[in-house]
Ligand binder design. Structure first.
Ligand code: AQP
Length: 337
């Protein structure tokens, strides 16, 4: 189980942190993936573009290889059972704990004029999304790791308070590897839909935009760990600067291993030419993003098809959701006859 907020165009972070794993999981697991439109409402006050954005995120997931026939791919608000479980879990969520969540603190900083209760209880809604399908594996990026800890707490608290083992503990999942965190091109934080847009590569970016963004990315003034000053003195850097490490991380995502090794060797020798590295990275990204962009554009405009996908996805998700809600009600003693 996992989800993505329809707050803008998908970017490389969403792809490598989440969607790539959705696609890898779809042949091996029973999967529930959703577009988290209720979550979007915590930060989105103007909903005029919401419908377009929901369709776009749906289209982009499908363009990346997600097959709506293999998984339940749905829109969060089409599964109203989510709201019932959210209410139940709110009774297990402590306000003090929620206030300490780093993502809540970040949002308070970013939108001080709109610190709504939905923002505070975002982790509760997210736990409801996951526990509703009694999911155990949650393919997400590094930024979501802490929310999974909260979801595990609620699963445990529910089982302890009401008895039984209804909810298994969910874990962030990346096929045994550490969780992905795709850095922004300016080295200041992660790529994100709603922040840092000039330093984020979107799956909708045109070829020239991709090239421009990458050529502007920060590097280093030298040419590797041992570089020379204008006076000829040798400077040795102990640690690869973050901006350069970020570029290598991005290069590894789209370039063959030999190409990465060649640039690493140049870097170690102090002879790397960052302009060449960026050009290689830009072409790798263009070739990676272009087919996804073109496919997503076509799907996004096919509203009857997307409607079928959403209806089919919600129908599958509601079977699992209704079964869980029934069991939760029974465990809680909400059965009066
Ligand atoms: N940079 C990233 N690297 C790896 N994974 C990432 N994810 C997001 N950014 C990165 C993963 O993508 C999934 C969807 O998360 P989201 O909808 O919260 O995406 P976002 O880009 O973070 O969107 P917003 O709207 O801009 O959210 P905020 O304001 O929270 O940053 C998740 O699995 C996430 O881990």
């Amino acid at each position: 189980m996992s989800g993505i907020r329809p707050t803008g165009f998908l970017h490389l972070g969403n792809y490598f942190g989440a969607v790539r794993n959705y696609v890898r999981m779809q042949d091996q697991y029973t999967c529930y993936f959703m577009v988290a439109d209720w979550h979007a409402l915590t930060t989105m006050t103007d909903t005029k573009e919401l419908a377009t954005q929901v369709r776009r995120v749906m289209a982009e997931n499908i363009a990346c290889g997600l097959d709506p026939d293999k998984v339940a791919f749905f829109c969060q608000s089409h599964v109203p059972e989510t709201a019932e479980l959210y209410l139940f879990l709110n009774m297990l969520a402590y306000v003090g704990e929620l206030q300490k969540t780093p993502t809540f603190k970040d949002k308070v900083r970013l939108q001080p004029e709109n610190v709504n209760a939905g923002l505070l209880t975002y982790p509760v809604l997210q736990a409801a999304d996951i526990l509703l399908h009694r999911a155990t594996l949650v393919p997400v990026g590094k930024d979501q790791e802490q929310h999974l800890e909260i979801a595990r707490d609620y699963a445990h608290r529910f089982n302890t308070r009401y008895g039984g083992e209804l909810f298994p503990e969910p874990y962030a999942f990346n096929f045994g590897e550490s969780l992905a965190r795709v850095p922004s091109l300016d080295g200041a934080g992660k790529m994100s839909k709603s922040e840092n847009q000039m330093a984020t590569l979107y799956l909708s970016d045109g070829d020239e935009t991709i090239r421009k963004k990458i050529m502007k990315a920060k590097t280093d003034s030298g040419s590797g760990p041992a570089s020379r000053t204008a006076e000829g003195a040798v400077l040795v850097q102990e640690k690869m600067p973050d901006a350069v490490a970020n570029l290598f991380q991005l290069l590894r995502l789209v370039a063959p291993a030999e190409t990465v090794t060649a640039f690493e060797t140049d870097y170690a020798a102090g002879t790397i030419r960052y302009g060449d590295m960026k050009k290689t990275l830009a072409e790798g990204m263009v070739n990676f993003i272009r087919p996804i962009r073109e496919k997503a554009e076509a799907i996004q405009n096919d509203i009857p098809y997307l409607r079928r996908v959403m209806e089919q996805g919600a129908a599958k998700a509601r079977v699992s959701a209704q079964a869980t809600i029934k069991l939760a009600q029974e465990a809680m003693g909400l059965k009066y006859y």
